[in-house]
Design a binder for this molecule. Structure first.
Ligand code: F6P
Length: 328
């Protein structure tokens, strides 16, 4: 039997990601279309604790589909990790008779949702929103496509100047535990090498790769370094290469948080819309403690437990090998 859900709240938590606004819009409008009262929680779990919960209607989400960031703001909330914090948060939902919660975020957000849902029995539905693409249960997370496009736009510009000066650039991209952004942007920008958190690349291996290019008269080289790479960030790697080969004219660029901003791509707007729509429909059908995700071209739900543990960060070694071959 379908539950009689009257009030649903939505929040964004952890690192923001382009497409979150498209998703908030879809959540709010799908709820209203189905006769549910909708609420937005400001600043993620912090807003639940601070009682910063606002009613939302169809017009609250007008003209936001194209905006980066999140209109609901976001935060990484330590207090929500405590029993007391969760209790306060739950009481604020109870006061408003909120019986469903949609959380949009990454692994930290889902870890919070998992504990919260299990402790208080509130119906929770997750949407994978992180540029890192590091959750099991969705081929793509919200914001990942836009982030790669932002990264390659920047690398294309760096390539122009690298080429003009015959330089070797080390470009650091985001991805604490996941090399998804690094690998995809290396392929799409024609980078000469890529260093990932999932694989150790020795200095010799990297230098060999660069020397192949030097011998065949490449005018510039670009090495993408994922921030989670075990041997250090772009500055460390550039220093080590320079110590061994002083003839390289090396430069370093850290792309940093610009990768998280900007107007979402069409892909992320559509994904955000589909996931938000599906999240509310799943709650209305009686499902809970799940995450909606994209498999091929279908939206399916995976349990939050599995979403958190199923990802083994398997390296796509075929893509890595291809990157190497195509960069000669
Ligand atoms: O959103 C994920 C992520 O971008 C990681 O790739 C990065 O390590 C982290 O967030 C940085 O987050 P912040 O600086 O906002 O705490």
């Amino acid at each position: 039997m379908k539950p009689n859900i009257k009030n649903i709240a939505v929040l964004t938590s952890g690192g923001d990601a382009p497409g979150m606004n498209a998703c908030i819009r879809a959540v709010v409008r799908t709820g209203i279309y189905n006769g549910v009262n909708m609420f937005g929680v400001m600043q993620g779990y912090q807003g639940l604790i601070n009682n910063n919960i606002i009613p939302m209607d169809a017009r609250s989400v007008s003209n936001i589909i194209h905006l980066g960031g999140t209109i609901l703001k976001t935060a990484r909330c330590l207090e929500f990790k405590t029993e007391e914090g969760m209790e306060i948060a739950f009481n604020h939902l109870k006061e408003r008779e909120i019986d469903g919660l949609v959380v949009i975020g990454g692994d930290g957000t889902f870890t919070g949702a998992q504990r919260f849902g299990k402790k208080f029995g509130i119906r929770v539905m997750g949407v994978p929103g992180t540029i890192d693409n590091d959750l099991y249960g969705s081929d793509f997370t919200l914001g990942y496509d836009t982030a790669i496009n932002t990264v390659i736009e920047a690398i294309d510009k760096i390539r122009d100047t690298a080429d003009s000066h015959d330089r070797l650039f080390f470009i650091e991209v985001m991805g604490r535990d996941s090399g998804c952004i690094a690998l995809r942007s290396a392929i799409s920008s024609g980078a000469e090498a890529v260093l990932l958190p999932e694989r150790e690349t020795s200095l010799d291996e990297l230098i060999n790769q660069l020397e192949i290019g030097a011998k065949t008269k490449k005018s510039s080289s670009i090495v993408i370094v994922s921030e989670g790479h075990k041997a250090g960030g772009a500055y460390d790697v550039a220093k080590k290469v320079k110590e061994r080969f002083n003839h390289y004219d090396t430069k370093v660029t850290i792309l940093g948080h610009l990768q998280r901003g900007g107007s979402p791509s069409s892909f992320d707007r559509i994904l955000g819309s589909r996931l938000g729509y599906a999240a509310v429909n799943e709650l209305l059908s009686g499902n809970s403690m799940q995450m909606v995700g994209l498999f091929g071209n279908e939206i399916k739900a995976t349990s939050i437990d599995e979403a958190l543990t199923g990802h083994n960060f398997k390296l796509e070694s075929d893509l890595l090998e291809m990157t190497k071959v195509l960069s000669i």
